[in-house]
Design a protein around this ligand. Structure first.
Ligand SMILES: C[S@@+](CC[C@H](N)C(=O)[O-])C[C@H]1O[C@@H](n2cnc3c(N)ncnc32)[C@H](O)[C@@H]1O
Length: 222
């Protein structure tokens, strides 16, 4: 299963899905065609990608089940929907989209996030705003590994996530899949080799901290 298909599958049976930053529109198309999603709202900040999505949806004869909204994050979205997808962007941009329209975002039953960078900062921001990590799935698609986060906000209770949860993902570190273990092994090897070659004290300190996190993770797994 590729990344887009996995994201679409997580929205299975939803009445309505919002794809914020839809670009090509493939996630909505997959969700409508294969995963019994009834209606999609496709949002993008740029006209070009939104038109691209509109054309791709039309080619599949799905236009009557879609709305297209030009919007910076959720600013111009004023409907109710079950599932929110924010995928294929940096973690800090995703954080900003969520925090800028927090009152809207907390209403979604399910939020699916696929950040392509700065995932630790994203997790920290989500945790500080009462996010519940229901699942995290690590997949390999082509040459890249992706972390797909599934969750929701629950303002009535703050989950007890710690520093290692923020760093490695609360569900990922719990599940310890072979891919997760391989990524940690590769990182450990990389940081150790970099440390041997490092000459300045700042780089050495940073690498030692990264290795200490991995040691702490290994310690909790024993
Ligand atoms: C790399 S594409 C990802 C497309 C798709 N979601 C995916 O996962 O393959 C990022 C898209 O997000 C849009 N985008 C960037 N910032 C945005 C924002 N603040 N609000 C809505 N869309 C945004 C871009 O125009 C672009 O179409």
């Amino acid at each position: 299963m590729d990344r887009i298909e996995l994201i679409a599958s997580l929205a299975k049976d939803a009445n309505s899905l919002v794809d914020c930053g839809c670009d090509h529109g493939y996630t909505a198309i997959k969700a409508l065609k294969s995963y019994n999603v009834s209606h999609c709202y496709l949002l993008d900040i740029n006209e070009g990608p939104l038109n691209n999505a509109r054309n791709n949806v039309a080619k599949e004869n799905l236009s009557d089940r879609c709305d297209f909204i030009l919007s910076d994050g959720l600013k111009n979205f004023n409907e109710e929907a079950d599932v929110l997808v924010i995928a294929g962007m940096g973690g800090l941009l995703i954080s900003n989209i969520i925090l800028n329209d927090y009152e809207k975002v907390i209403k979604f039953k399910k939020i699916i996030i696929d950040a392509h960078s700065e995932i630790e900062k994203l997790r920290a921001n989500l945790i500080s705003k009462y996010f519940v990590f229901d699942n995290e799935i690590l997949i390999q698609d082509g040459k890249h590994n992706y972390v797909i986060i599934e969750g929701h906000f629950d303002l009535s209770k703050r989950m007890k996530y710690d520093l290692l949860d923020m760093k490695f993902g609360p569900v990922l570190r719990q599940n310890q899949t072979p891919l997760f273990k391989e990524i940690i092994r590769t990182k450990k090897k990389h940081f150790t080799e970099c440390l041997k070659k490092a000459t300045d004290e700042t780089s050495k300190s940073k690498l030692k901290i990264e290795l200490a996190y991995i040691q702490m993770l290994e310690g909790t797994n024993k």
